[in-house]
Design a protein. Structure first.
Ligand code: AMP
Ligand code: GLY
Length: 424
Protein backbone atom coordinates (compact mmCIF):
# COMPACT_ATOMS: atom_id res chain seq x y z
CA UNK A 1 0.00 0.00 0.00
CA UNK A 2 0.92 3.61 -0.52
CA UNK A 3 -0.17 5.80 2.39
CA UNK A 4 -0.34 9.60 2.57
CA UNK A 5 -0.43 11.31 5.97
CA UNK A 6 -1.55 14.96 6.12
CA UNK A 7 -0.02 17.18 8.80
CA UNK A 8 3.34 18.24 10.15
CA UNK A 9 3.52 17.84 13.93
CA UNK A 10 4.60 15.37 16.57
CA UNK A 11 1.21 13.72 16.28
CA UNK A 12 1.75 13.03 12.59
CA UNK A 13 5.22 11.65 13.36
CA UNK A 14 3.62 9.27 15.89
CA UNK A 15 0.98 8.26 13.34
CA UNK A 16 3.71 7.70 10.75
CA UNK A 17 5.71 5.49 13.14
CA UNK A 18 2.61 3.38 13.79
CA UNK A 19 1.78 3.11 10.11
CA UNK A 20 5.34 2.17 9.27
CA UNK A 21 5.09 -0.92 11.49
CA UNK A 22 2.28 -2.33 9.34
CA UNK A 23 3.32 -5.14 7.03
CA UNK A 24 0.75 -3.81 4.56
CA UNK A 25 2.63 -0.59 3.87
CA UNK A 26 5.23 -0.28 1.10
CA UNK A 27 5.54 3.46 0.82
CA UNK A 28 4.63 6.37 3.03
CA UNK A 29 4.27 10.05 2.12
CA UNK A 30 3.59 12.98 4.41
CA UNK A 31 2.35 16.44 3.41
CA UNK A 32 3.96 18.68 4.44
CA UNK A 33 5.68 16.64 7.22
CA UNK A 34 8.82 17.71 9.06
CA UNK A 35 12.47 16.68 9.24
CA UNK A 36 11.84 13.74 11.59
CA UNK A 37 8.97 12.38 9.54
CA UNK A 38 11.26 12.79 6.53
CA UNK A 39 13.47 10.03 7.91
CA UNK A 40 10.74 7.41 7.62
CA UNK A 41 8.48 8.85 4.90
CA UNK A 42 8.83 10.97 1.80
CA UNK A 43 7.76 14.51 2.67
CA UNK A 44 5.83 16.35 -0.01
CA UNK A 45 5.91 20.17 0.02
CA UNK A 46 2.13 20.63 -0.06
CA UNK A 47 0.35 22.45 2.76
CA UNK A 48 -2.45 20.74 4.69
CA UNK A 49 -4.97 23.32 3.44
CA UNK A 50 -4.01 22.99 -0.24
CA UNK A 51 -6.86 20.61 -0.97
CA UNK A 52 -6.64 20.55 -4.77
CA UNK A 53 -2.92 19.92 -4.75
CA UNK A 54 -3.28 17.15 -2.17
CA UNK A 55 -5.96 15.36 -4.19
CA UNK A 56 -3.95 15.76 -7.41
CA UNK A 57 -0.88 14.33 -5.71
CA UNK A 58 -2.84 11.36 -4.33
CA UNK A 59 -4.25 10.62 -7.79
CA UNK A 60 -0.91 10.94 -9.51
CA UNK A 61 0.87 8.64 -7.02
CA UNK A 62 -2.08 6.22 -6.84
CA UNK A 63 -2.32 6.58 -3.05
CA UNK A 64 -4.30 3.73 -1.47
CA UNK A 65 -5.07 5.41 1.85
CA UNK A 66 -4.98 8.94 3.25
CA UNK A 67 -4.83 9.69 6.99
CA UNK A 68 -5.63 13.27 7.96
CA UNK A 69 -4.03 14.15 11.29
CA UNK A 70 -4.78 17.86 11.72
CA UNK A 71 -7.92 19.69 12.76
CA UNK A 72 -7.93 22.56 10.22
CA UNK A 73 -8.16 20.44 7.06
CA UNK A 74 -10.71 18.12 8.71
CA UNK A 75 -12.97 21.00 9.70
CA UNK A 76 -12.42 22.53 6.25
CA UNK A 77 -13.64 19.40 4.45
CA UNK A 78 -10.49 17.71 3.12
CA UNK A 79 -11.99 14.25 3.69
CA UNK A 80 -14.93 15.11 1.45
CA UNK A 81 -12.53 16.10 -1.34
CA UNK A 82 -10.67 12.77 -1.21
CA UNK A 83 -13.98 10.89 -1.12
CA UNK A 84 -15.16 12.75 -4.24
CA UNK A 85 -11.99 11.49 -5.94
CA UNK A 86 -12.69 7.91 -4.73
CA UNK A 87 -9.55 7.79 -2.61
CA UNK A 88 -9.95 5.92 0.71
CA UNK A 89 -9.48 8.40 3.54
CA UNK A 90 -9.46 8.21 7.33
CA UNK A 91 -11.08 11.08 9.20
CA UNK A 92 -14.50 12.69 9.62
CA UNK A 93 -16.25 14.51 6.80
CA UNK A 94 -16.78 18.24 7.15
CA UNK A 95 -20.32 17.79 8.47
CA UNK A 96 -18.99 15.56 11.28
CA UNK A 97 -15.73 17.40 12.02
CA UNK A 98 -17.98 20.24 13.19
CA UNK A 99 -17.96 18.32 16.47
CA UNK A 100 -14.58 20.01 16.99
CA UNK A 101 -15.06 22.94 14.63
CA UNK A 102 -17.91 24.56 16.55
CA UNK A 103 -18.18 24.60 20.33
CA UNK A 104 -21.77 25.88 20.01
CA UNK A 105 -22.61 22.85 17.87
CA UNK A 106 -21.02 20.39 20.26
CA UNK A 107 -22.69 21.97 23.31
CA UNK A 108 -26.11 21.90 21.61
CA UNK A 109 -25.54 18.26 20.64
CA UNK A 110 -24.68 17.31 24.22
CA UNK A 111 -27.70 19.15 25.56
CA UNK A 112 -30.06 17.55 23.05
CA UNK A 113 -28.81 14.03 23.77
CA UNK A 114 -28.27 14.40 27.53
CA UNK A 115 -24.50 13.92 27.38
CA UNK A 116 -23.01 15.26 30.62
CA UNK A 117 -21.24 18.60 30.19
CA UNK A 118 -21.09 22.06 31.80
CA UNK A 119 -24.18 24.32 31.63
CA UNK A 120 -23.80 27.02 28.96
CA UNK A 121 -25.32 29.73 26.78
CA UNK A 122 -24.39 30.67 23.21
CA UNK A 123 -24.08 34.26 21.96
CA UNK A 124 -23.79 35.74 18.45
CA UNK A 125 -23.72 39.24 19.75
CA UNK A 126 -21.33 40.92 22.20
CA UNK A 127 -24.00 43.11 23.82
CA UNK A 128 -26.18 40.13 24.67
CA UNK A 129 -23.14 38.36 26.15
CA UNK A 130 -22.29 41.43 28.25
CA UNK A 131 -25.87 41.70 29.45
CA UNK A 132 -25.83 38.03 30.47
CA UNK A 133 -22.55 38.41 32.33
CA UNK A 134 -23.84 41.47 34.20
CA UNK A 135 -27.17 39.97 35.23
CA UNK A 136 -27.00 36.17 35.37
CA UNK A 137 -23.42 34.95 35.57
CA UNK A 138 -21.60 33.39 38.52
CA UNK A 139 -17.81 33.61 38.73
CA UNK A 140 -15.41 32.13 37.82
CA UNK A 141 -16.92 31.62 34.39
CA UNK A 142 -15.53 30.25 31.11
CA UNK A 143 -15.65 32.03 27.73
CA UNK A 144 -15.02 30.00 24.59
CA UNK A 145 -14.60 31.22 21.03
CA UNK A 146 -16.88 29.02 18.92
CA UNK A 147 -14.36 28.01 16.25
CA UNK A 148 -10.83 26.60 16.01
CA UNK A 149 -8.26 28.71 17.83
CA UNK A 150 -5.18 26.47 18.20
CA UNK A 151 -6.47 25.37 21.61
CA UNK A 152 -6.18 28.95 22.84
CA UNK A 153 -9.73 30.28 22.47
CA UNK A 154 -10.80 29.46 26.04
CA UNK A 155 -10.69 32.16 28.72
CA UNK A 156 -11.30 31.44 32.39
CA UNK A 157 -12.51 34.66 34.03
CA UNK A 158 -12.56 35.15 37.79
CA UNK A 159 -14.42 38.45 37.89
CA UNK A 160 -17.00 40.40 35.90
CA UNK A 161 -14.29 42.81 34.74
CA UNK A 162 -12.16 39.98 33.41
CA UNK A 163 -15.16 38.50 31.65
CA UNK A 164 -16.10 41.81 30.03
CA UNK A 165 -12.52 42.14 28.80
CA UNK A 166 -12.78 38.55 27.52
CA UNK A 167 -15.86 39.37 25.47
CA UNK A 168 -13.93 42.24 23.88
CA UNK A 169 -10.95 40.00 23.18
CA UNK A 170 -13.02 37.30 21.53
CA UNK A 171 -15.93 39.12 19.86
CA UNK A 172 -14.76 42.70 19.29
CA UNK A 173 -10.97 42.59 18.87
CA UNK A 174 -11.33 39.18 17.18
CA UNK A 175 -8.12 37.88 18.70
CA UNK A 176 -9.04 34.41 17.41
CA UNK A 177 -10.35 35.69 14.08
CA UNK A 178 -13.68 34.39 12.80
CA UNK A 179 -13.60 31.72 15.51
CA UNK A 180 -14.92 34.54 17.72
CA UNK A 181 -18.00 35.39 15.68
CA UNK A 182 -19.91 33.30 18.19
CA UNK A 183 -19.09 32.56 21.77
CA UNK A 184 -20.07 30.01 24.36
CA UNK A 185 -20.26 31.08 28.00
CA UNK A 186 -19.95 28.08 30.24
CA UNK A 187 -20.13 27.06 33.87
CA UNK A 188 -16.69 26.70 35.49
CA UNK A 189 -15.93 23.18 36.64
CA UNK A 190 -13.10 21.75 38.71
CA UNK A 191 -11.50 18.33 38.65
CA UNK A 192 -8.81 16.32 36.96
CA UNK A 193 -8.65 16.28 33.19
CA UNK A 194 -8.33 13.12 31.14
CA UNK A 195 -7.98 12.72 27.38
CA UNK A 196 -9.64 9.67 25.88
CA UNK A 197 -9.06 8.99 22.20
CA UNK A 198 -11.25 6.55 20.33
CA UNK A 199 -11.64 4.96 16.92
CA UNK A 200 -15.10 5.30 15.38
CA UNK A 201 -16.57 3.72 12.24
CA UNK A 202 -19.89 5.54 12.20
CA UNK A 203 -21.64 3.11 14.56
CA UNK A 204 -19.03 1.31 16.67
CA UNK A 205 -16.61 3.08 19.00
CA UNK A 206 -13.45 1.56 20.50
CA UNK A 207 -11.65 3.43 23.25
CA UNK A 208 -7.86 3.76 23.32
CA UNK A 209 -5.85 3.80 26.52
CA UNK A 210 -6.38 7.06 28.47
CA UNK A 211 -3.89 9.92 28.70
CA UNK A 212 -3.35 13.22 30.44
CA UNK A 213 -2.00 16.39 28.85
CA UNK A 214 -0.26 19.38 30.49
CA UNK A 215 -1.55 22.45 28.67
CA UNK A 216 0.12 25.29 30.56
CA UNK A 217 3.59 26.45 29.59
CA UNK A 218 5.19 26.38 33.05
CA UNK A 219 5.69 24.02 35.97
CA UNK A 220 2.84 23.78 38.43
CA UNK A 221 0.30 24.55 35.68
CA UNK A 222 1.37 28.17 35.53
CA UNK A 223 1.81 30.36 32.49
CA UNK A 224 -0.06 30.51 29.22
CA UNK A 225 -2.05 27.76 27.56
CA UNK A 226 -0.09 25.90 24.91
CA UNK A 227 -0.81 23.09 22.46
CA UNK A 228 0.43 20.72 25.19
CA UNK A 229 3.79 20.44 27.00
CA UNK A 230 3.73 16.74 27.78
CA UNK A 231 1.54 13.71 28.38
CA UNK A 232 1.37 10.41 30.16
CA UNK A 233 -0.64 7.27 29.49
CA UNK A 234 -2.56 5.59 31.01
CA UNK A 235 -4.10 8.02 33.49
CA UNK A 236 -4.36 6.43 36.95
CA UNK A 237 -7.38 8.66 37.55
CA UNK A 238 -9.28 7.01 34.71
CA UNK A 239 -10.65 4.30 36.97
CA UNK A 240 -12.99 1.44 36.19
CA UNK A 241 -15.89 3.47 37.59
CA UNK A 242 -15.04 6.43 35.35
CA UNK A 243 -14.76 4.10 32.37
CA UNK A 244 -18.13 2.52 33.09
CA UNK A 245 -19.81 5.91 33.48
CA UNK A 246 -18.35 7.20 30.20
CA UNK A 247 -19.29 4.04 28.35
CA UNK A 248 -22.84 4.37 29.60
CA UNK A 249 -23.42 8.10 29.12
CA UNK A 250 -20.78 9.61 26.85
CA UNK A 251 -18.96 7.53 24.21
CA UNK A 252 -21.63 5.57 22.37
CA UNK A 253 -24.13 8.35 23.08
CA UNK A 254 -21.94 10.77 21.11
CA UNK A 255 -21.51 8.43 18.15
CA UNK A 256 -25.26 7.70 18.06
CA UNK A 257 -26.14 11.38 18.38
CA UNK A 258 -23.95 12.27 15.40
CA UNK A 259 -25.51 9.50 13.30
CA UNK A 260 -29.02 10.63 14.26
CA UNK A 261 -28.17 14.17 13.19
CA UNK A 262 -27.16 12.89 9.74
CA UNK A 263 -23.50 13.56 10.56
CA UNK A 264 -22.11 10.03 10.72
CA UNK A 265 -18.67 10.22 12.34
CA UNK A 266 -15.78 8.10 11.09
CA UNK A 267 -12.27 8.67 12.40
CA UNK A 268 -10.94 9.59 15.82
CA UNK A 269 -13.06 11.24 18.49
CA UNK A 270 -10.98 12.74 21.27
CA UNK A 271 -13.00 13.21 24.45
CA UNK A 272 -11.60 15.93 26.69
CA UNK A 273 -13.08 14.93 30.04
CA UNK A 274 -13.13 16.55 33.43
CA UNK A 275 -13.59 14.25 36.40
CA UNK A 276 -15.78 16.44 38.61
CA UNK A 277 -17.27 15.65 41.99
CA UNK A 278 -20.55 14.92 40.24
CA UNK A 279 -18.90 12.55 37.80
CA UNK A 280 -17.18 12.82 34.42
CA UNK A 281 -18.19 15.74 32.18
CA UNK A 282 -17.21 16.48 28.58
CA UNK A 283 -15.03 19.60 28.36
CA UNK A 284 -14.58 19.40 24.63
CA UNK A 285 -14.52 17.12 21.64
CA UNK A 286 -11.76 16.97 19.06
CA UNK A 287 -12.12 15.20 15.74
CA UNK A 288 -8.56 13.81 15.58
CA UNK A 289 -5.74 12.33 17.65
CA UNK A 290 -4.41 14.63 20.37
CA UNK A 291 -0.98 16.20 20.16
CA UNK A 292 0.97 15.17 22.31
CA UNK A 293 -1.53 12.46 23.41
CA UNK A 294 -0.81 10.42 20.27
CA UNK A 295 2.87 10.36 21.26
CA UNK A 296 2.10 8.28 24.38
CA UNK A 297 -0.98 6.35 23.24
CA UNK A 298 0.10 5.08 19.81
CA UNK A 299 3.48 3.63 20.90
CA UNK A 300 1.48 1.45 23.33
CA UNK A 301 -1.05 0.22 20.75
CA UNK A 302 -0.58 -3.43 19.81
CA UNK A 303 -2.84 -3.50 16.75
CA UNK A 304 -1.81 -2.96 13.16
CA UNK A 305 -2.74 0.70 12.61
CA UNK A 306 -3.74 0.14 8.99
CA UNK A 307 -6.14 -2.67 9.93
CA UNK A 308 -7.84 -0.43 12.50
CA UNK A 309 -8.03 2.54 10.14
CA UNK A 310 -9.45 0.41 7.33
CA UNK A 311 -12.04 -1.05 9.71
CA UNK A 312 -13.15 2.50 10.57
CA UNK A 313 -13.51 3.37 6.90
CA UNK A 314 -15.31 0.11 6.02
CA UNK A 315 -17.62 0.07 9.05
CA UNK A 316 -16.17 -3.16 10.48
CA UNK A 317 -14.61 -1.83 13.67
CA UNK A 318 -16.78 -4.23 15.72
CA UNK A 319 -14.46 -7.01 14.49
CA UNK A 320 -11.31 -5.37 15.82
CA UNK A 321 -10.00 -6.26 19.27
CA UNK A 322 -8.20 -3.05 20.19
CA UNK A 323 -5.29 -3.80 22.53
CA UNK A 324 -2.71 -1.81 24.41
CA UNK A 325 0.49 -2.88 26.10
CA UNK A 326 0.25 -3.34 29.84
CA UNK A 327 2.85 -0.63 30.51
CA UNK A 328 3.03 3.15 30.58
CA UNK A 329 4.50 5.99 28.55
CA UNK A 330 5.49 9.57 29.28
CA UNK A 331 6.18 12.29 26.69
CA UNK A 332 8.06 15.47 27.56
CA UNK A 333 7.90 18.25 24.98
CA UNK A 334 11.14 20.09 24.28
CA UNK A 335 10.15 23.60 23.27
CA UNK A 336 12.00 26.71 22.25
CA UNK A 337 12.11 29.13 25.18
CA UNK A 338 9.45 31.79 24.71
CA UNK A 339 6.81 29.42 23.31
CA UNK A 340 3.84 29.99 22.99
CA UNK A 341 4.50 33.71 22.41
CA UNK A 342 7.74 34.27 20.49
CA UNK A 343 10.87 32.21 20.04
CA UNK A 344 13.86 31.80 17.76
CA UNK A 345 13.96 29.31 14.91
CA UNK A 346 16.83 27.75 12.99
CA UNK A 347 18.87 26.61 16.03
CA UNK A 348 20.95 23.45 15.42
CA UNK A 349 19.80 20.29 17.23
CA UNK A 350 22.27 17.59 18.27
CA UNK A 351 22.10 14.23 20.02
CA UNK A 352 19.15 12.71 18.18
CA UNK A 353 21.17 9.64 17.20
CA UNK A 354 21.06 8.52 20.86
CA UNK A 355 17.51 7.28 20.26
CA UNK A 356 18.50 4.89 17.47
CA UNK A 357 18.07 1.22 18.23
CA UNK A 358 16.33 1.80 21.60
CA UNK A 359 12.90 0.22 21.55
CA UNK A 360 11.54 1.99 24.63
CA UNK A 361 12.55 5.51 23.57
CA UNK A 362 11.08 7.71 20.86
CA UNK A 363 11.82 11.20 19.67
CA UNK A 364 8.89 12.70 17.79
CA UNK A 365 9.63 15.76 15.73
CA UNK A 366 7.19 18.67 15.89
CA UNK A 367 8.92 21.86 14.74
CA UNK A 368 12.11 20.76 13.01
CA UNK A 369 13.66 21.29 9.61
CA UNK A 370 16.70 19.90 7.82
CA UNK A 371 19.32 22.63 7.62
CA UNK A 372 22.59 22.54 5.67
CA UNK A 373 24.44 20.88 8.56
CA UNK A 374 21.65 18.79 10.08
CA UNK A 375 18.45 19.25 12.06
CA UNK A 376 17.43 22.75 13.17
CA UNK A 377 14.47 24.02 15.20
CA UNK A 378 11.53 25.31 13.19
CA UNK A 379 8.72 25.91 15.67
CA UNK A 380 7.73 26.48 19.27
CA UNK A 381 7.23 22.86 20.16
CA UNK A 382 10.38 21.29 18.72
CA UNK A 383 10.45 17.63 19.82
CA UNK A 384 8.49 15.20 21.94
CA UNK A 385 10.63 12.77 23.91
CA UNK A 386 8.70 9.64 24.87
CA UNK A 387 9.79 6.67 26.96
CA UNK A 388 7.91 3.52 27.83
CA UNK A 389 8.33 1.83 31.18
CA UNK A 390 6.78 -0.93 33.25
CA UNK A 391 4.79 1.75 35.08
CA UNK A 392 4.34 5.52 34.96
CA UNK A 393 7.11 6.14 37.44
CA UNK A 394 9.67 4.25 35.41
CA UNK A 395 8.46 5.77 32.14
CA UNK A 396 8.75 9.24 33.64
CA UNK A 397 12.29 8.64 34.88
CA UNK A 398 13.36 7.31 31.49
CA UNK A 399 11.69 10.12 29.55
CA UNK A 400 13.44 12.79 31.62
CA UNK A 401 16.77 10.99 31.22
CA UNK A 402 16.29 11.00 27.47
CA UNK A 403 15.52 14.73 27.39
CA UNK A 404 19.18 15.22 28.34
CA UNK A 405 20.41 13.41 25.24
CA UNK A 406 19.15 16.19 22.99
CA UNK A 407 20.73 19.60 22.86
CA UNK A 408 19.75 22.89 21.23
CA UNK A 409 20.04 26.51 22.34
CA UNK A 410 17.03 27.86 24.26
CA UNK A 411 15.78 24.33 24.99
CA UNK A 412 12.84 24.58 27.37
CA UNK A 413 10.71 21.94 29.05
CA UNK A 414 8.44 21.48 32.01
CA UNK A 415 9.96 19.42 34.81
CA UNK A 416 6.71 18.15 36.29
CA UNK A 417 5.18 16.13 33.47
CA UNK A 418 3.52 13.15 35.12
CA UNK A 419 4.05 14.51 38.61
CA UNK A 420 0.34 13.96 39.25
CA UNK A 421 0.96 10.21 39.32
CA UNK A 422 2.54 10.67 42.73
CA UNK A 423 -0.91 11.68 43.98
CA UNK A 424 -2.69 8.70 42.47
P1 AMP B 1 -11.13 23.23 25.76
O1 AMP B 1 -10.37 23.70 24.54
O2 AMP B 1 -12.59 23.43 25.69
O3 AMP B 1 -10.71 21.86 26.23
O4 AMP B 1 -10.58 24.14 26.94
C1 AMP B 1 -9.20 24.28 27.20
C2 AMP B 1 -8.94 24.14 28.67
O5 AMP B 1 -9.70 25.10 29.41
C3 AMP B 1 -9.39 22.78 29.23
O6 AMP B 1 -8.43 21.82 29.05
C4 AMP B 1 -9.63 23.14 30.68
O7 AMP B 1 -8.42 23.15 31.39
C5 AMP B 1 -10.17 24.53 30.62
N1 AMP B 1 -11.65 24.52 30.59
C6 AMP B 1 -12.45 24.45 29.52
N2 AMP B 1 -13.75 24.44 29.89
C7 AMP B 1 -13.77 24.52 31.22
C8 AMP B 1 -14.81 24.57 32.21
N3 AMP B 1 -16.09 24.55 31.87
N4 AMP B 1 -14.45 24.65 33.50
C9 AMP B 1 -13.15 24.69 33.87
N5 AMP B 1 -12.13 24.67 33.00
C10 AMP B 1 -12.42 24.58 31.68
N1 GLY C 1 -3.32 18.03 23.42
C1 GLY C 1 -4.57 18.61 23.17
C2 GLY C 1 -5.00 18.59 21.78
O1 GLY C 1 -4.45 17.91 20.95
O2 GLY C 1 -5.96 19.27 21.47
Amino acid sequence: MKVLIVGSGGREHAIAMSVKKSAKVDKMYCAPGNAGIGQIAECVPIGAMEFDKLVDFAKKEAIDLVIVGMDDPLVGGLVDEFEKADIPVFGPRKNAAILEGSKAFSKDLMKKYNIPTAAYETFDDADAAIDYLKTKAEFPIVLKADGLALGKGVLICNTLDEALEGVSTIMKDKKFGDAGNRMVIEEFMTGREVSVLSFVDGKTIKIMSSAQDHKRAKDGDQGLNTGGMGTFSPSPFYTKEVDEFCKKYIYQATVDAMAKEGRTFKGVIFFGLMLTEKGPRVLEYNARFGDPEAQVVLPRMKNDMIEVVEACINGTLDRIDLQFEDNAAVCVVLASDGYPVSYEKGLPITGLEAFEGKDDYFVFHAGTKMGDAGFVTNGGRVLGVTAKGADLKEARKKAYEATEWVKFDNKYMRHDIGKAIDEA
